[in-house]
Write a protein that binds this ligand. Sequence first.
Ligand SMILES: Cc1cc2nc3c(=O)[nH]c(=O)nc-3n(C[C@H](O)[C@H](O)[C@H](O)COP(=O)(O)OP(=O)(O)OC[C@H]3O[C@@H](n4cnc5c(N)ncnc54)[C@H](O)[C@@H]3O)c2cc1C
Length: 352
Amino acid sequence: MTISIIGAGPGGLTCARILQKHGIPVTVYDRDPHPRARNQGGTLDLHADDGQLVLREAGLLDEFFALARPEGQEMRKLDPAGNLVEHYVPAEGELFKPEIDRGQLRGLLLDSLEPGTVRWGSGLEKVEAPGVLRFADGATVETDLVIGADGAWSRVRPAVSAAVPEYSGITFLEAWFDDVENAHPELAALVGQGSAMAADGNRCLFAQRNSGDHIRVYVIQRLPADWVGSRGTPELRAGLLDAFSGWSPSMLRMITDNDGPYVDRPLYVLPVPHTWEHTPSVTLLGDAAHLMPPLGVGVNLAMLDACELALALAGSSSFVEAVEVYEATMLPRSEKFARQLENGAEGLLEVD
Ligand SMILES: Cc1cc2nc3c(=O)[nH]c(=O)nc-3n(C[C@H](O)[C@H](O)[C@H](O)COP(=O)(O)OP(=O)(O)OC[C@H]3O[C@@H](n4cnc5c(N)ncnc54)[C@H](O)[C@@H]3O)c2cc1C
């Protein structure tokens, strides 16, 4: 019996790791040509009551704490003038939701897998028929169970559901800053060791410290999904300065002083609830199953799904039974979170 996971993100890799810990063979397919093919993006907080429990089950909690940044739990709320309005400083030894860079988490999970588990450069085109995977290069693979862990634009999802992600109306423009203590000392001081945000009801700047002296800023606005289009950096910057007119020069540094281009991240969400009829040879986890606004639960839920599915597969007499057991918990849980976070992207713009 063969298990194929599509997607080497945090969900797919966690599932593979826990399956292998239970002696169950698995192959992971990812469309990236190699593990460092693209920048993995910003920082993630793993919670003590889900993400960290999963890493303990995976036997990787100590390795996680060796990389994690508990100081990243610091949170500053600023106003558009750059004044500090609220300040949360984590207590000594507080470990409820330390931060880790996305790339570090991927590396940690990848290093824990048996060599050759991940087949890079394998973009799935579709699940052609039950148990038949067709890849972008024309290759086909037969498998008894396919686990769609391929994120927002899952190519596995159509095998169980007709749902497609919808634009939330909110766009993040990501800007990054390197070597911040030397090259951007004012910004480094404004942001501190964790996150700093300011919103005025229509616009928000959200900055996060990453490891290695990097800061990432998300410029958050209500915009048409195609607003960025073919605009280059100077045009985008001019448009942003216009949109944020009236904000203080110290805050506008987050828009003007970035290293490299802006990265366009329009936020899409799956309809709520997103559910499907049980299908014996296919299931989904993580963003493929329940894409929500990025409000600090996505990776934790993806890893929790992955852990529960792997344990169900290890503890059941058949794949069919395991997938039923997993979906009976995962689908209602994700509906509950998705309802809580519905329209949550709009909430990022609110002053309070
Ligand atoms: C700006 C931003 C900030 C966020 N911040 C947080 C946060 O602080 N905390 C938090 O909990 N969550 C956060 N999230 C959400 C979190 O990133 C996701 O919920 C999480 O990454 C989902 O993990 P996943 O494994 O399901 O999917 P992904 O991380 O999307 O991984 C999917 C994998 O599948 C691969 N893939 C895609 N298509 C194919 C294909 N056709 N064939 C083969 N492989 C494919 C991709 O290369 C990728 O490796 C944030 C999201 C965004 C956009």
